[in-house]
Write a protein that binds this ligand. Structure first.
Ligand SMILES: [Zn+2]
Length: 190
């Protein structure tokens, strides 16, 4: 799946919800009934001018396609609603039109079965969190600097192992020398 997220909401969470919705759906269908890798999921802000309740999430999709687009409120996204809309849009991708769908997800929601999406709130929280802003103190590192930093971390991890090995070998050799001396002394005594 390619997630094209132009909002400040955490893309990993949105990707996680899409994947979870799909995995749950896959159990109702069969493995390989749809190729999620092919999906392009766009996430954008909903236009504030639209006269919708603030919690609304809307979406669009291509019928039997690999495209969905989610329109999110700038300040509030209810995770259950988001999971429901993702499911709805994915169903379009799977080839369902509203008539057939009504039996499945839409009906669930309209009948008040919000609890069908409790799993999403449990796994991802009640509300979608905005991406964590970069803290002022941490500088932006270049790829080279990040790689160098990772090497330093790896080095730090290996140093104690190296020291332990050195100490263990030193002890073993010391004991060996002790026995070697004893054995040599016995040899002389004979
Ligand atoms: Zn629809």
């Amino acid at each position: 799946m390619r997630l094209i997220n132009s909002t400040n909401y955490d893309g990993r969470t949105i990707r996680g919800i899409i994947t979870s919705v799909f995995r749950r759906y896959e159990k109702l269908e069969h493995k390989g009934f749809y190729d999620l890798d092919m999906l392009r999921a766009y996430v954008v802000y909903r236009r504030t001018a639209e006269n919708l309740p603030f919690w609304t999430v809307t979406g669009e999709a291509f019928l039997k396609g690999h495209y969905i687009k989610l329109f999110l409120d700038k300040s509030y996204v209810d995770v259950r609603t988001l999971a429901y809309v993702i499911e709805h849009e994915l169903e379009h991708c799977f080839g369902y039109q509203h008539r057939k769908m009504a039996k499945i997800t839409s009906a669930r929601w309209e009948n008040g079965y919000r609890s069908n999406y409790d799993w999403a709130a449990e796994d991802y929280g009640e509300m979608l969190n905005p991406r964590k802003p970069r803290t002022a103190g941490s500088p932006v590192l270049s790829l080279q600097e990040r790689r160098y930093q990772r090497l330093c971390e790896r080095e730090k991890k290996w140093v104690p192992k190296y020291n332990r090995a050195k100490n263990a070998l030193a002890k073993i050799r010391e004991k060996k020398r002790y026995y070697e001396k004893q054995m040599a002394a016995k040899g002389k005594g004979k």
